[in-house]
Design a protein around this ligand. Structure first.
Ligand code: KIV
Length: 256
């Protein structure tokens, strides 16, 4: 069965596990646990210290995705289309085709609802699988508050979700969406919702892997650190330094 069909079929059966990766080594560790791996433009802050995802280029996404591709054997691989690479259907199609052909990913993710309806339809008409992204949209956000508090915003998000489904997206990320709205959206559409800061009611969950392992120094309500990898690295490097200083490494077996 096609990986995308398999993912959609998980709705109402079992939770969909998603994480981000920006390189081969992390991708190869998380692949066996995930249904979907996203090469997210969150690499802007996580890897490059950029204050906004707006600075991410198509070339950066392609190079990181090529690396990630080498680490994935079973998960669905989706790549974020960066800011200003899908301003109209023609531009979106040209860039999405470039991402797919150069990275061999399974599909692309775009941020937005009604405004990008025609763009998404064009990609899908051209056989490019698209994942939607609603709620907090980092590429255009004016603030980082959660979405769906006000009645008007709630209505708009629900209608955007239905529109994205109509356009043909295979799934959508709901980022920082109020719990009851995430529940309503999830119940109202037949494709899976993937939450980040959007409650347990979504069909699946995504986190930035660097946040989950404690490598990224940010904290937010929706993040849970499952380990402190910084401590593991510190301990290992401390031991290495000690052994090198005391001539305990390299030993004969490490030498030629
Ligand atoms: O860029 C990213 O990593 C994302 C996820 C947080 C959903 O869009």
């Amino acid at each position: 069965m096609n990986k995308i069909v398999k993912l959609i079929k998980k709705k109402n059966k079992s939770k969909i596990i998603c994480l981000t990766a920006y390189s081969k080594n992390i991708a190869s560790i998380i692949d066996k646990h995930c249904d979907l791996i996203l090469v997210g433009d969150s690499l802007a802050s996580v890897l490059y210290n950029f204050t906004s995802t707006k600075k991410v280029t198509l070339e950066m996404m392609i190079e990181h995705s090529k690396s990630v591709r080498m680490g994935i054997s079973k998960s669905l691989m989706i790549v974020d289309m960066p800011y200003n690479t899908y301003r109209n259907p023609k531009e979106a199609l040209r860039n999405a085709k470039r991402i797919i052909s150069q990275t061999k990913c399974d599909g692309v993710k775009l941020e937005g609802g009604k405004k990008i309806y025609q763009i998404i339809k064009t990609l899908i008409k051209n056989k490019i699988p698209v994942m939607g992204h609603l709620g907090l949209l980092p590429q255009s956000a004016k603030n980082f508050k959660y979405k769906g508090k006000e009645k008007v915003e709630k209505k708009k998000l629900l209608s955007d979700a239905m529109l994205l489904e109509k356009a043909g997206v295979f799934s959508m990320v709901l980022e920082c969406v109020e719990s009851s709205l995430a529940k309503d959206i999830t119940k109202s559409i037949k494709i899976p919702t993937i939450g980040i800061g959007a409650s347990v009611y979504c069909d699946g969950q995504i986190l930035v892997t660097d946040d989950l392992i404690g490598l990224n120094k940010i904290s937010a309500r929706f993040i849970k650190k499952y380990t402190n990898i910084e401590k593991h690295i510190n301990d290992a490097v401390f031991k290495y330094k000690k052994e090198v200083t005391k001539n305990k490494f390299p030993q004969k077996k490490h030498s030629y």
